[in-house]
Design a protein around this ligand. Structure first.
Ligand code: THU
Length: 143
């Protein structure tokens, strides 16, 4: 099993299960690329989501976005970790838009982004690694 600094294994497994369960709800009739995500918030709660596509293709959205929506609706405001699960030989990684959406609710160096699939954890990064020199809420202070 892949160890992730700052997250205990049991929690990583909970995130993986929550994301894989959410993936079963994926609505992806066009790409057929099913995605599940699970966000760990500052209260230790897990919020899950799937991707939801649309016949008007650009209107679809990612699993991470659904999960963040659930976190916000539950009163969570800081994302500590996010598990994203896909399938196939290519390891999943959040799209650029989702990296920016996650940035809103985390300090980039503090958010652990984990990629997984049915075989387990495949890779992990900090958001800082995936979205360096990011634009965030601080830029709008004193503007
Ligand atoms: N997708 C996600 O839900 N999350 C990612 O991290 C990558 C891409 C979705 C969007 C679309 O429904 C499908 O995967 C193919 O791009």
């Amino acid at each position: 099993m892949m160890q992730i600094p700052g997250l205990n294994d049991a929690l990583v497994q909970q995130l993986l299960k929550a994301a894989m369960d959410a993936r079963q709800h994926s609505y992806a009739p066009y790409s057929k690329y099913l995605v599940g995500a699970a966000v760990l918030d500052e209260q230790g709660r897990i919020h899950a989501g799937c991707n939801i596509e649309n016949a008007a293709y650009p209107q679809g959205w990612c699993a991470e976005t659904t999960a963040l929506g659930h976190m916000i609706m539950a009163g969570g405001r800081i994302a500590r970790a996010v598990m994203v699960t896909g399938a196939g030989s290519e390891i999943i990684t959040p799209c650029g838009g989702c990296r920016q959406k996650l940035r809103e609710f985390a300090q980039p160096a503090d958010l652990i982004v984990i990629a997984g699939d049915s075989t387990g954890v495949r890779a992990h990064w900090t958001l800082e690694q995936l979205l360096p020199a990011s634009f965030g809420p601080d830029h709008l202070k004193n503007a």
